[in-house]
Design a binder for this molecule. Structure first.
Ligand code: B12
Ligand code: SF4
Length: 497
């Protein structure tokens, strides 16, 4: 069972700092980073009790705290807060700045929060949606008090802004609305480009006091989430991390010794023995796998730790049995793979650079080596037919059955397709002339829990949202019926295990 959030040290009804992680309530708060909830939980409570931590905000907070600023993080998603409650907490905490991590589906809620803040609070914005639609955001009247919109990785630029917001003039990739012309302006003077790609080995180790649920306990074991690399070289058409949507990013992998230092510190200070690398491609590059595994073997990680990571099917397809043995020996517990579809046509259309056959082979070989696999699937891609969705459902069943007899387990996690600004799909969908940006951004929560009754859908309820457009050829009800079928199948298998 996932851990329930730690009980707050003081009463959340009277003390805004009870739910704010990492801040010193005795000092003026320089910045409060706010992760907006995915929906207004005062209307329908959150049913999941665990969410992955906001590592990006944690990194910025850690860096700013090292520079002497008083920083807090309010993870309204993890705490399942409503919009009014979140706004009240921010106003009560009276930070100099409030910082929002804008993701496309949480933009509307972040904008409502920004509009509800007291006039003395300056607003800074970052995250994928800020990068994809900066002009629209800066001209949104609810964001009128935004003093800085930061494109990309923000550790060093946020600290400069906290020092003095006028520093924005010399910082690259920082935007604001010119008060006279009412048009967006971008800062940046020569010699400042280092801010765009901070040296990931020089950053201070992530300070987990800024994360409300990390480390957390799962099945009696302390676990922590980590970032091993930044950036992704692939261009999957649906993905916000796709290379074409992130021209500012330089792909960087952390030095294995730095990763080991962080793992050892978490073990020694918090008793952590399980790790999850959330970054796009920890096992996505042959050279990175070799370097990491040589370092892990030298530090005998396999003897005390288990770890999960994301991987890429085309890369693991080329990995030898010796490499898979080495990964298993070094403690690899589960690989998360974007399999996405069982249809060749869809895989080509989304530029996934894999085939169903490669997915079958990689899942079989990993599970033969005792490594579990979590497969991510998407149903309802633009133009996807019923038959293509059926091929995905069949592939999931096949993988369940094939791996039943093998030492590793396979589990499937399926989502309804939704478009994200900046991605290759976004541009294609707009180019059809059939949809407006406003329609493609109209994410609405979809209750697939049958009014809270269906326990197999409760754990991922917050991820069920849709733009409710007929993007696929298959009807949307068919897409959702298959999603529920797969979730039930996975839930029943877990219950039977
Ligand atoms: C781990 C992860 C999660 C975790 C943690 C989310 C979180 N809020 O951090 C979980 C599982 C909870 C999650 C949930 C969701 N995620 Co998610 N997630 C990721 C993933 C795989 C890695 C993010 C990460 O930790 N990166 C490492 C850190 C170091 O980078 P970072 O987070 O980008 O942070 C840096 C900058 O963005 C910036 N920054 C971040 N916050 C702020 C705030 C301010 C004020 C400033 C100035 C700068 C700034 O500085 C940071 C440090 O350099 C990314 C893929 C990706 N590569 O980004 C998707 C991704 C960000 N997620 C995405 C989405 C859509 C979501 C969801 C809305 C649901 C979904 N999956 O469809 C929910 C949102 C819930 C919520 N409000 O938290 C999309 C965003 C697309 C878009 N255009 O909006 C991505 C790109 C994946 C995708 N589906 O395409 N996610
Ligand atoms: S789905 Fe994975 S491999 Fe594809 S672009 Fe996104 S992060 Fe990269």
């Amino acid at each position: 069972m996932p851990a329930v959030l730690e009980p707050p040290h003081s009463d959340p009804a009277t003390d805004p700092f009870a739910l704010i992680a990492g801040a010193d309530p005795a000092r003026e708060l320089d910045v409060l980073f706010v992760n907006a909830p995915l929906r207004d939980y005062s209307l329908r409570p959150r049913t999941n009790d665990f969410t992955l931590p906001v590592l990006g905000m944690g990194y910025i907070a850690t860096y700013a705290a090292h520079r002497g600023f008083n920083v807090g993080v309010l993870d309204a998603e993890a705490h399942g807060l409503g919009i009014d409650h979140t706004a009240r907490l921010i106003n009560q905490a009276k930070p100099r700045w409030a910082g929002f991590n804008l993701l496309a589906p949480t933009y509307e809620i972040s904008a409502c929060l920004a509009a509800a803040l007291g006039p003395a609070i300056k607003i800074m914005l970052g995250g994928h949606q800020a990068k994809a639609m900066p002009t629209e955001i800066l001209t949104d009247p609810r964001m009128a008090r935004c003093a800085a919109l930061v494109i990309g990785e923000a550790e060093t630029r946020v600290a400069e802004l906290l020092d003095d917001h006028r520093n924005r003039v010399r910082l690259p990739g920082v935007m604001w609305l010119d008060p006279i012309m009412h048009s967006p302006v971008t800062g940046g003077t020569p010699g400042q480009t280092h801010h765009l790609a901070p040296d990931v080995d020089a950053l201070p180790l992530l300070d987990r006091r800024f994360l409300s649920q990390d480390p957390h306990t799962e099945n009696g074991r302390a676990e922590a989430n980590m970032v091993g690399a930044r950036g992704c070289p692939y261009n999957c058409s649906f993905c916000g991390a796709a290379v074409s949507a992130n021209p500012d990013i330089t792909i960087r992998t952390r030095n294995p010794q730095g990763i080991l230092t962080e793992m050892h510190a978490l073990r020694d200070n918090d008793g952590v023995t399980a790790f999850r690398f959330v970054d796009d491609l920890f096992l996505g590059h042959r050279r990175v796998i070799d370097q990491m595994m040589t370092a892990f073997a030298g530090a005998r990680v396999g003897q005390w730790a288990a770890w999960d990571a994301t991987g890429r099917i085309n890369v693991l397809h080329r990995a030898s049995d010796a490499t898979l043995d080495m990964l298993a020996r070094n403690g690899l517990r589960e690989v998360a793979l974007g399999i996405e579809s069982g249809s060749e046509r869809m895989l080509t259309a989304i530029d996934k650079r894999i085939s169903p056959e490669m997915a079958r082979s990689v899942v079989r070989r990993l599970t033969e080596h005792g490594i579990n696999v979590k497969g991510y699937f998407i149903l309802g891609f633009p133009t996807e037919t019923r038959e293509e969705i059926d091929a995905t459902v069949r592939l999931v069943h096949e993988l369940w059955e094939v791996t039943d007899r093998l030492p590793g387990r396979f589990r499937a996690s399926a989502f309804e397709y939704r478009p994200y600004p900046g991605t290759p799909d976004w541009h294609r969908l707009l180019a059809t002339g059939r949809y407006t940006a406003a329609q493609l951004l109209n994410y609405t929560a979809v209750d697939l829990t049958a009014g809270g009754v269906d326990s197999s859908m409760l754990q991922r309820d917050e991820f069920n949202f849709s733009v409710n457009l007929p993007l696929a050829d298959a009807p949307i009800d068919y897409v959702r019926a298959q999603l529920v079928r797969l979730a039930h199948g996975q839930h029943d298998r877990k219950a039977a295990a």
